[in-house]
Design a protein. Sequence first.
Length: 207
Amino acid sequence: MNAPLLLNEVIPGEYGLLCALLIGFGMGFVLERAGFGSARKLVSQFYLFDMTVFKVMFTAIVTAMTGVYLLSSAGQLNLEQLYLAGTFLWPQVAGGLLLGVGFVVGGYCPGTSAVACASGKLDALANMGGILAGMLLYGTLYPLLAGFVTSSSLGKQTLYGYFGLPYGLVVVAVILMAAGGFVGATLVERKFAHLKPAEEPTAPEGS
């Protein structure tokens, strides 16, 4: 059996949306429990006194990469069946910068804004409204932007393919990079700890 499960009909196609719903619910629950439903928690990484977002996302990348490598090595996952988006260098650089600015200003990325909306945060609802408006504007202006959006195509790229390295070696290198990133992030947190806002006092019981 080679995953993906839906593609190989291990899970019937009619259950695809149900699987997506359950996976999305699980991811949203984990993000909320990790504190990613709070704009203050998310934006604090840009002020360098709380690098939790960096650590959690790097952990997710390393976990997924290691899992994919081990499953493919064991013959349980066919890498050719995994969807891989194409690389368009300058459009993706511009999109990354735009997303980063929106993240800092709005306090959420698209995924975390959905998480915060589910917990009833009004700022997240406003942020989601901005995302939807941006999508509508992009769709409307796409004919004018199409030339740029499809420019500087590099095809479908992977680290191990681009550098011509064994997949396992790239996995080890990314794990070591993550370990170094964790150490560096912890040092940065300590250096900028003085910027962390003081905790608001809680009201005594019965007040």
